[in-house]
Each structure stands twice: as structure tokens, then as C-alpha cells.
Design a protein around this ligand. Structure first.
Ligand code: R1P
Ligand code: URA
Length: 284
């Protein structure tokens, strides 16, 4: 690959910012909280001592400031791993590519990424309005199959693939795990578990409104394979972090218990608790 990136590959806006995130290198901290919902960004940054940068484009809202003197960024990713593909590549470009000369930097910078989201549990004993940290993740969204050099096997994958009964879905699966040292910050979370990331909220997660899902036993089968919860971003965050050399950990608020048919009756309060819990642990 040529070292100098063409204008069609590393796309920049008129002010030199990266195309979708609309950010310049100086707009982000090394510690970044990723949330799905754009409305959650201000709910996090209101705890900052000072917000210096507020920028947005499409569903990508970014606030950067300081908290207890430390520089920190909170950014919304919108929904889904296709958005995470954009977020991860553009965040990495901001720190590891010289955007003016369009060349790779010789020194690598590792970002610390903290996804703070919502999820549904498939373990009937995992109660709503509690926090669940993802150790292992299986992506059923296929994203990493478009990238070279991804290591598809790990300890979790071998056991999972042996027993996963859906032959047609199997070829699109990929696996990743958390960054252990960031996970250490969350060791007192109520739940730790294995997450499945899906490319949809309805049939992919076994929900049936007017359309039938793959299998009525989907949730039970995944839980038997040691999956605790579902959401829509962590597989791509963990896997692309591994490939690009960043650190990542996810903690999600459980807002739905799918096996018991329960949904949080006060997810605003549990969201507030999650924000405070995370900020307390990631800022020194
Ligand atoms: C679906 O409602 C969305 O909520 C979850 C899913 O991953 C998906 O993005 O996370 P967020 O609350 O962070 O968006
Ligand atoms: N987010 C999801 O993706 N699924 C749920 O059930 C709840 C939140």
C-alpha cells in the first residue's frame, strides 16, 4: 500500500476535519466515552468542569472538555456496527495519520475507548436497571470479514462455534474481547458477561412483531452458549480496537430482560446512575 492516502480514501472536509465525525486532531482527548444516543452526550458532558469543543455532523455529536482537570471526550456513534466502522477508522485517523500530508505517523497513539450504552439481557437472572460489563463479544454483523489480518479464533470462539447450530449465520461471526486493563476499572460492576452484537434490533435479536424471527428458541440457544446480553456496537468496537491498537471496554445498562419480557420502568434514572458510575471510575 502507498503511504500517501488519496483524497477519495481519507476523505476530509474543507476545514481539514475528518469527513463524518467533522473533527480535527485537537478536538479529541485520548480518553473517549462512546454512547449510541446523541442525546446522551450532553447528559455526560454536563458533569465536565468545562466543555471546550462541541461539534456534530449527522448522528455524530462530540463534546470535549475537562473533568477533575483531565481532558475527556464524549461522542455519539448512533446505532450499529456500520457506524462504528466509521467512528473507529476516523478516530484512529485523527491520532495516527498526519491529515495534512495524508501519511501514516511513525509513532502510534493508543486511545482509551469506553462504550456506555444500553442492552437487553438473555439470561433470565440478569435484572434490568443494572450494569453489565462485556468481557467477550461475538459479532453477528459480519463487519470484520471485510478486513485482512483479523484473528478470528480465541478461547471463547472455539467453544461457541462448536455448539452454534445456525449454519447459515456461522460464516459471518467474529469474536473479540475487552481490554483487560480498562476492564479492571469496572471490576465492581454488578454483572460481567459475554455479549452478542447484532445488525438489527428486531429479528436479529429474536424480536417478532409482524415478522417471524429465525427460531423461537434463539434467545435460549444463545444463553445456553454463555451469551448474557444483546446490543448493536461492541463487537466492532472491540475487534477494530484490537486491529488498530486501541483499548476498549463496554458497560451497558440492562434495560430489557428478554426472557422475562420486562423493560425498565425508569431507564432515565438508571442511565444517570450509569453515567455517574463510569465517570467516577475512568477519571483519576
Ligand atoms: C438500540 O435501541 C440501541 O441501543 C443500544 C444498542 O446497542 C443500539 O445502539 O445502545 P445505545 O443505547 O448506546 O444506543
Ligand atoms: N439495545 C438493544 O440492542 N437491545 C435491547 O434489547 C435493548 C437495548
Amino acid at each position: 500500500m502507498l503511504n500517501k492516502l488519496a483524497a477519495s480514501e481519507l476523505v476530509l472536509n474543507d476545514d481539514g476535519s475528518v469527513y463524518h465525525l467533522n473533527l480535527l486532531p485537537e478536538d479529541i482527548a485520548d480518553k473517549i466515552i462512546l454512547v449510541g444516543d446523541p442525546d446522551r452526550v450532553a447528559k455526560v458532558s454536563k458533569y465536565f468542569d468545562k466543555v471546550e469543543i462541541k461539534k456534530n455532523k449527522r448522528e455524530f455529536y462530540t463534546h470535549t472538555g475537562t473533568l477533575r482537570g483531565e481532558r475527556i471526550t464524549v461522542m455519539s456513534t448512533g446505532i450499529g456496527t456500520e457506524n462504528i466502522d466509521i467512528v473507529m477508522n476516523e478516530l484512529d485517523a485523527l491520532v495516527n495519520i498526519d491529515l495534512i500530508n495524508k501519511e501514516f505517523k511513525t509513532e502510534h497513539k493508543a486511545l482509551e475507548l469506553f462504550r456506555m450504552g444500553t442492552c437487553g439481557s438473555v439470561n433470565p437472572d440478569v435484572q434490568v436497571d443494572n450494569m453489565l460489563v462485556t468481557q467477550n463479544v461475538v459479532g453477528l454483523d459480519g463487519l470484520m470479514h471485510f478486513y485482512q489480518d483479523y484473528e478470528f479464533e480465541n478461547e471463547f470462539s472455539r467453544n461457541f462455534l462448536e455448539k452454534f447450530p445456525y449454519a447459515k449465520i456461522k460464516p459471518m461471526l467474529y469474536f473479540a474481547d475487552w481490554s483487560e486493563d480498562l476492564g479492571e476499572l469496572y471490576k465492581d460492576a454488578k454483572y460481567h458477561g459475554n455479549t452478542a452484537t447484532f445488525p438489527g434490533f428486531y429479528a436479529p435479536q429474536g424480536r417478532q412483531l409482524r415478522l417471524k424471527a429465525l427460531d423461537d428458541q434463539f434467545l435460549e440457544t444463545l444463553n445456553d452458549l454463555d451469551i448474557t446480553n444483546f446490543e448493536m456496537e461492541t463487537s466492532a468496537i472491540y475487534a477494530l480496537s484490537k486491529l488498530l491498537g486501541h483499548k476498549a471496554v463496554t458497560v451497558n445498562n440492562v434495560i430489557a430482560n428478554r426472557r422475562r419480557g420486562e423493560f425498565s420502568t425508569d431507564h432515565h434514572t438508571s442511565e444517570k446512575n450509569l453515567i455517574e458510575w463510569v465517570l467516577e471510575r475512568i477519571i483519576n
